[in-house]
Design a protein around this ligand. Sequence first.
Ligand SMILES: Nc1nc2c(c(=O)[nH]1)N[C@H]1C(S)=C(S)[C@@H](COP(=O)(O)OP(=O)(O)OC[C@H]3O[C@@H](n4cnc5c(=O)[nH]c(N)nc54)[C@H](O)[C@@H]3O)O[C@H]1N2
Ligand SMILES: Nc1nc2c(c(=O)[nH]1)N[C@H]1C(S)=C(S)[C@@H](COP(=O)(O)OP(=O)(O)OC[C@H]3O[C@@H](n4cnc5c(=O)[nH]c(N)nc54)[C@H](O)[C@@H]3O)O[C@H]1N2
Ligand code: SF4
Ligand SMILES: [Mo]
Length: 677
Amino acid sequence: MTATDTHCPYCALQCGMTLTPEIPRVRLEPRDFPVNKGGLCAKGFSAADLLDHRDRLLTPLVRKGHGLREASWDEAFDRIVEAIHQAQTTYGRDSVGAFGGGGLTNEKAYALGKFVRVSLRSSSIDYNGRFCMSSAATAANRSLGIDRGLPFPLEDVAGANTVLIVGANPAEAMPPSMQYLEGTRFIVVDPRRTKTAAGAHLHLQPLPGTDLALANGLLHIAIREGYVDADYIERRTTGFEAVAQAVTAYWPGRVERMTGVPEGRLRHVARMLATEGPAMILTARGAEQHSNGTDTAQAYLNLALALGLVGKPFSGYGTITGQGNGQGGREHGQKADQLPGYRKLDDPAAREHVAKVWGIDPDELPGPGRSAYEMLTDDRLKVLLVLASNIAVSAPNSNRIRRQLEKLDFLVVSDIFLSETAELADVVLPAAQWAEEEGTMTNLEGRVLRRKRALPPPPDVRTDLEVLAELSRRLGREESSDPRTVFEELRRASAGGIADYAGITYERIEREDGIFWPCPAEDHPGTPRLFADSFPTPTGKARLLPVVHQDPAEMPDKAFPYVLTTGRNMQHYQSGNQTRRVKALTVALPEPRAEIHPDLARRHGIADGDLVELRSRRGAAVLRARLTDGIRPDTVFAPFHWPGANALTNPALDPHSRMPAFKACAVTITLHKEGTD
Ligand SMILES: Nc1nc2c(c(=O)[nH]1)N[C@H]1C(S)=C(S)[C@@H](COP(=O)(O)OP(=O)(O)OC[C@H]3O[C@@H](n4cnc5c(=O)[nH]c(N)nc54)[C@H](O)[C@@H]3O)O[C@H]1N2
Ligand SMILES: Nc1nc2c(c(=O)[nH]1)N[C@H]1C(S)=C(S)[C@@H](COP(=O)(O)OP(=O)(O)OC[C@H]3O[C@@H](n4cnc5c(=O)[nH]c(N)nc54)[C@H](O)[C@@H]3O)O[C@H]1N2
Ligand code: SF4
Ligand SMILES: [Mo]
């Protein structure tokens, strides 16, 4: 049996692994690839368990009364196409939409965007990256003119001396990446003493939702102490004066009161960033998934720019992308306002370029659609195709999301397992898995990689590309289902755009350990590092923008006195639809645990291991308590890998990115008596 070099199906690190089909099971081994250097986490090691898992969807299912029954592909397609025709005839084109995912290959994300705009001629499309990267992306676009999560290779992190990590827990979210932090002095900003924080030089423990104030406070100190790089500010940025003015109000004592982080610590961090470089600032979801997430990312960008870090060796600002193809998935058109190559749907030149590649008139292209939560809760949406997302578990305010999904005239879900979302569907389509198809993925560094086919899918299972091509055919348009052909088209569609893939080929990726975009021509080496000389903004300079602290959309009060924040555990991935089925992972972590400080627990008569009920204005969840003095006494943490956490979360949206406030809402805690739920 031949061994195939490919990458992990889960997160954006995209660790290299080798798959060898053996009887009875596929052998999975770590591979020495530049990002993981032979490392894998427990999820990666056990990923092959999903391939022949007994829960796998092996045939289409269609709704029959309250249940689902097996059906032929022909019947499944017939039902879907009939539902599309009926809704579009009665309610108009936008009544049919799609919801995509950052786990999809570039080819699939591209094909999905094209399917909705061209075959359905609908504007209704968005994807789960809205819930993930949208705030940092919005800030980077408006400030730097480009959104590539890390504008440098991961290996540059190892060359930094000081690294400020805000709202990220890479020791659990991307364990093999910790090797790059080993020789650095890193500072963690997190309301919890996470595994990452435990190994940090310093740990700042702010109240959730106050990261913007913290950044403005650090910049205030930097200006006062003369740490800012006046020459860099002059040559390479605009807008500093207004930002300097705005941060005068963030004196250390005030920031201490807002964030809970002692003044002395703030001064210490500002000094390290300015005088113990090279220095880097990295943010992730803890800072970004807030109703002011864009401005918070902006505040850290302002700080990095004022200190003159961006574009210098082993320095800069980056955001840690999450899903396997979280980066590529936000470049090629499954986002509501976007065309391939990170082009804007409302830009006439972009419409013209892409329409030409697609062989249509630019006027036939719909305009921008609604963002994820807005689309999903809009009653005008009647038919929805969900590809690679489990929104019934992972979207905010999930009770409302479930009601909306139930209200749809028709729901189609493509997945590899019967997810909580698929359970609500009228048609469920069984999808091929990562090791059964070809495609490309763009990792957290902007490195385009090849995901390769190591074995065939089960007989009655199809790839998402095959499904989209067949649906298009039945709607009157021929599309290719071959990944290479789709990638060739994506190259042309992206050519000249911000995320330019024109020079990337399957063969080059293979030869060169991946290629960093932008890569405009086949003889172009790709771009591992951005911003050395200029920024892709109209002035060539980076923009600083003044931002001011705003309280989270929902603050604790008498009725709901504590802050709930949510996030990840090492053993589980996202909505858990995959990892909750892997024995090694569920043995290691069988159920969700609410992390509660012993002082808070005592006040409510809660002991370690008790079931507690968390309740917010939107819903309730019962989970087991884990007492830990590593969390602030005013804050509770719950993972979202099981249904429950998102029944509580607040769907208040950031005004710029439309990101929901996953990381801060107000809750009550009570001891739950076993047997009463
Ligand atoms: N094991 C595992 N790994 C994953 C994933 C997974 O589901 N499981 N998902 C992948 C994806 S899609 C993503 S996006 C990444 C996410 O990676 P991370 O962003 O690192 O993960 P989170 O756990 O969501 O959030 C990070 C930390 O933010 C903290 N936090 C909460 N509220 C705040 C706040 O207001 N301010 C600050 N400063 N911190 C706060 C939390 O305590 C948490 O420790 O992980 C990727 N890797
Ligand atoms: N409370 C709270 N909620 C959150 C977050 C949080 O921190 N807190 N984080 C948010 C973030 S950052 C993210 S990224 C989202 C993620 O949330 P989801 O979008 O729900 O993520 P997954 O669980 O990865 O869903 C992917 C689904 O696609 C299936 N799948 C895998 N590969 C394929 C494929 O090739 N084709 C098809 N058709 N299906 C496939 C999987 O089985 C799985 O059911 O959750 C968000 N929700
Ligand atoms: S760190 Fe991410 S890519 Fe690497 S093995 Fe774990 S889940 Fe897979
Ligand atoms: Mo994510």
